[in-house]
Design a protein around this ligand. Sequence first.
Ligand SMILES: NC(=O)c1ccc[n+]([C@@H]2O[C@H](COP(=O)([O-])OP(=O)(O)OC[C@H]3O[C@@H](n4cnc5c(N)ncnc54)[C@H](O)[C@@H]3O)[C@@H](O)[C@H]2O)c1
Length: 684
Amino acid sequence: MNNFQLQITKGIPSELPSPKKFDTKINHAPKRKDILNKDEKTLAIRNALRYFDKKHHKVLAKEFAGELNDYGRIYMYRFRPEYEMYARPIGEYPGKTNQAKAIMHMIQNNLSYAVAQHPHELITYGGNGAVFQNWAQYLLAMKYLSEMTEEQTLVMYSGHSMGLFPSHKNAPRVVVTNGMMIPNYSKQDDWERYNALGVTQYGQMTAGSYMYIGPQGIVHGTTITVLNAGRKIASHGEGLAGKLFVTSGLGGMSGAQPKAGNIAGCITVCAEINPKAVHTRHSQKWVDLAIKDLDELVNRVKKAKDNKEVISIAYQGNIVDVWEKFDEENIYIDLGSDQTSLHNPWAGGYYPVGTSFEKANELMATNPKLFKEKVQESLRRQTNAINKHTAKGTYFFDYGNAFLLEASRANADVYLDSDTFQNRKNPPKSRGAVGVREFAYASYVEDIMGPMCFDYGFGPFRWVCTSANPEDLAKTDAIAMEVLENLKKDSPKEIQQQLSDNIQWIKGAQENNLVVGSQARILYADAEGRIKIAEAFNLAIKNGHLSAPVVLGRDHHDVSGTDSPYRETANIYDGSQFTADMAIHNVIGDSFRGATWVSIHNGGGVGWGEVINGGFGMVLDGTVEASKRLKSMLFWDVNNGISRRNWARNKGSIFTIKRAMKMEPKLKITIPNLVDDNLLEGLF
Ligand SMILES: NC(=O)c1ccc[n+]([C@@H]2O[C@H](COP(=O)([O-])OP(=O)(O)OC[C@H]3O[C@@H](n4cnc5c(N)ncnc54)[C@H](O)[C@@H]3O)[C@@H](O)[C@H]2O)c1
């Protein structure tokens, strides 16, 4: 065994490693809220010390109390391993089963410096998306994985390894829960409190489930959104050439918009107030041009429209100025959205118009009340300008960033039943939301992702080559493309477009050069596509064409994995968007149909208490067993959500589940009877 392998098998060291200096060159998590009282702080220390031999308690108690005071959490920095953190080729991990070694590969990817947002605090993305709560938990989990057999299952409670339990070959090797709470204890401050106590964590979606693959997932999803938004506004099937997409944000996720606009073939104007963010995205070539002057922007956009150019332009300034200026100048906007971080409006997520970037940063700390007033005034102005554009025909959608929610809280004119919209020649129609006052604009899932992708079973399927060899990834790309091209020959017209888009994506995947971290690929596919691609990979492993096992997985932001009324299940209108049966069934069903690991989380994307999301990982090793497992589990993993969407009367899903029943006679799904609208009129 080499040193790395020895350290993994050792787990939590019996002798204390020397303390680690706080590395200021690394991006660190912000100091968390000081939420525990004195007794609770004592309990947090007692909890943390459970991982260590009594002889170390005196030293560590003091050290952990210092961490709790300084950072609001106990990360146990001293135990951060010395070896480099990255997804190694599977053969380099110690262990008794490839399934466990593949999971170690995925865990180390989520924590690697190239991938993780705050690597020393074990946060992969989203500011709080944790893989583990502290380094002792990491060391313990890796040790268990290195010694487990295929007759055991590792049980993970929010980063803590409860231990190895006897199970059987076809059981998951790991079962993960993150942040599962008694529902009444699922408010934001409950996360702060119980996370500080060391008994729960925010797993986001793919952080705590070891399935994150860097930024390519966002680029693919954003491209699909822009392309399909383009299709919604096409009057006779024309493409996006010469059409204008106006949006904002060049940050973590929002920075994918100009690249996606270019792939989709339109003119993109993306406003970003932070000069550093503009510079980063421009120097990475994720946006073609950066302009600081509004008049120059207007002229350049007019020229791009005249020449039907495919171009992306960063406007360094406030998005509100762009909406207002384009209205004054009568520049027609075809597509509009917003990706400022309005899920975090008072601490830097949204910058108010009329205040400089520097001044705003100062104001939010020195005079939060005035800052809030300015943000709300800015949101009202932005909404008024957007409303003027949509009156002229612009298609505007909310990008899951709480724009409409915060605008409504600022008393901006966003409600469907307001005079502004009802007095229009063609007022927007109700989408059938229950229990809430409906917005005039739809969200990207409600209008695009839901009805065009998820309802037909298309979602962010992904795979990782555990050889860590780019040649293997190129081979899997070629295999997947061949499978999709064959599928397209006999597929119904309803899904032809989806298949073409995905073939185009996989064709361009190599040259788009989007791999960061593990050798991973994302590809939207439906149940049939996922199964056939997986089967072809398994065969390629068996006959040696691929050099090592492949991990299958998906984002939790998918057809079946997530119940979230304002995002993934926003286009469910039978009232069940506020239930979480689908996500729970999904994880239970995946676990007994052959997943190598499963996870179920509270929180992720839209916030603690607002969503239940789950996912899986499956290791393909070229065996007959893997072939059986992939067919059984992937079929369920997609069709569970399709059956529920069908029961909610979603047209695409009624079509898709009927088709699935024809393909698999053992599938028998309850189909809803549709009711004539006029029959229900005047009943109450
Ligand atoms: N892309 C997706 O697939 C997706 C999906 C769901 C939700 N979202 C949401 O989109 C939002 C953005 O995500 P992110 O990771 O890019 O966040 P981020 O904070 O990294 O980026 C947002 C950017 O907006 C800029 N900004 C803020 N106010 C501005 C203003 N008035 N004018 C111009 N620029 C302004 C900020 O400077 C920042 O760079 C989040 O709320 C996220 O939850 C994105």
